[in-house]
Design a protein around this ligand. Structure first.
Ligand code: SF4
Ligand code: SF4
Length: 236
């Protein structure tokens, strides 16, 4: 190959791709249509699609034309096992927070970015619920170990990656309210995992186990019967 011939061929391939991009869009009548759906003109007049409803774009080896995803107006689809940050699940049916504040997730977390306090009953006995629960999102490395080890199926990995903020010392330390999501939300975002036989069995076992622990803690926190109610003979 002559000197410089490869360079010219490389440039030609790029130029051809560049020109075909426009030609295919004009030929197919795409014009200002977004590949994921909708048109740029309509978006301009009526505003952008609400968050989470933006058109998604799939790309594979057969995709032709423009390769750029026009984020945030277009998105690549998020796959179910994609994981970003942890979330705490409560059961939609009864509003019960699944977490028992057992601290296992905090122990296994490699960068140690989880901390919590356990709730207390009126007599000071521990109740299997978190009173406070924090995760430092800037330290979390998205490994999913907390979710793998949780014995109560309470902590799962979320898909939300849009976490940028103007400040990172307060807003990136998520508390219980930031972390809580309903089991309905989890079922919608993780439909395959939700329907696996393993998870269905686990859900039944976990809710029974948690209920037993809660009843035990509530019984222990009930005030003792007053001494005067005891029969006089038993005091002797
Ligand atoms: S999320 Fe799971 S592992 Fe972590 S404290 Fe709660 S129940 Fe225990
Ligand atoms: S995903 Fe990993 S780093 Fe993040 S909180 Fe869970 S265990 Fe810790």
């Amino acid at each position: 190959m002559n000197l410089g011939q490869g360079l010219i061929i490389g440039h030609w391939v790029t130029l051809r791709r560049f020109l075909l991009t426009f030609w295919r869009d004009i030929k197919d009548g795409k014009g200002l249509h977004r590949r994921g759906g909708g048109t740029q003109i309509l978006d301009f007049w009526s505003g952008r699609m609400p968050r989470g409803q933006e058109p998604t774009v799939r790309q594979d080896s057969t995709t032709e034309g423009l390769f750029t995803v026009e984020y945030p107006d277009e998105r690549l689809p998020v796959y179910e096992r994609f994981r970003v940050l942890p979330m705490l699940v409560y059961d939609t049916e009864d509003g019960n927070v699944r977490c028992t504040s057992c601290n296992i997730c905090a122990k296994v977390c490699p960068p140690q970015c989880i901390w919590m306090t356990q709730a207390k009953g009126p007599k000071g006995n521990v109740v299997p619920l978190p009173e406070e629960f924090f995760i430092d999102m800037d330290v979390c490395m998205n490994c999913g170990m907390c979710s793998e080890y949780c014995p109560f199926d309470a902590i799962k990995m979320d898909h939300n990656f849009e976490l940028s903020n103007y400040e990172r010392h307060q807003t990136h330390i998520f508390d219980l309210q930031d972390l809580l999501v309903s089991s309905e939300f989890y079922a919608q975002t993780h439909p395959e995992a939700w329907e696996t036989a393993e998870q269905i069995t686990e859900r039944g076992k976990v809710s029974k186990k948690k209920d037993q622990r809660l009843q035990k803690a509530l019984a222990a926190s009930k005030p003792a019967a007053p001494a005067s109610s005891q029969p006089a003979a038993s005091k002797a």
